[in-house]
Design a protein. Structure first.
Lengths: 124, 107
């Protein structure tokens, strides 16, 4: 069974950096991209970026460019999302997700497996 | 970047009603369009990919259609457990933009 297991809730002060982990199991880590998605309170889903675990290649959404770093560690089958210079608007639930061959064709996959979410609270 | 515009932002319908949500891409995305259901306090669930292919286990009352720039999610007979926010998403390329969401409630 494909599973994504995220690290626990975080409380950070403004200006700090948060790093969330997402450990993959049930498939070969390098087979599929890992995506990160933000949901702030009362807001919609916002795609932040992705990493290709096979070569470490990344793509980031413009809104997070310069503050977000997403990596894939093949030694532990874990992706990390680091967000720096935190502000109150970064208070949100952050999800990792992956798209497998059950959700598309020709290497174009929708996100069919999600982590449980990690709550990040930014407060002074 | 391609923008995804969903409508309506919210709707209220009666049990058994037919519900339609639309999603428009600012440029053509062929059929690389997914629909997700997100209930409060839960993890988002993929319902449909490829604009019209339902995942196994998704109730048959959910269906998707469209190609290019215009897409539709239809719930043929609204049920109480369908109360949720629904999102479309393009997945042909990065950024994998979501629509703004449509909140579905029971009247």
């Amino acid at each position: 069974e494909v599973q994504l297991l995220q690290s626990g809730a975080e409380v950070k002060k403004p200006g700090a950096t948060v790093k969330i982990s997402c450990r993959v199991s049930g498939y070969r880590f390098t087979d599929y991209y890992i995506h990160w998605v933000k949901q702030a309170p009362g807001k919609g889903l916002e795609w932040m970026g992705l990493v290709d675990p096979e070569d470490g290649g990344v793509r980031y959404a413009e809104n997070f460019q310069g503050r977000v770093t997403i990596i894939a560690d093949m030694s532990t089958d874990t992706s990390y999302m680091q967000l720096s210079s935190l502000i109150s608007d970064d208070t949100a639930v952050y999800y990792c997700a992956t798209g497998t061959a059950a959700a598309g064709i020709n290497n174009y996959y929708a996100m069919d497996v999600w982590g449980q979410g990690t709550t990040v609270t930014v407060s002074s | 970047d391609i923008q995804m515009t969903q409508s309506p932002p919210s709707l209220s319908a009666s049990i058994g009603d037919r519900v339609t949500i639309t999603c428009r891409a600012s440029q053509g995305i062929r059929n690389y369009l997914a629909w997700y259901q997100h209930k409060p306090g839960k993890v988002p669930q993929l319902l449909i990919y490829g604009a019209s292919t339902s995942l196994p286990g998704v109730p048959s009352r959910f269906s998707g259609s469209g190609s290019g720039t215009d897409f539709t999610l239809t719930i043929s007979s609204l049920q109480p457990e369908d109360v949720a926010t629904y999102y479309c998403q393009k997945y042909n390329s990065a950024p994998r933009t979501f629509g703004q969401g449509t909140k579905v409630e029971i009247k």
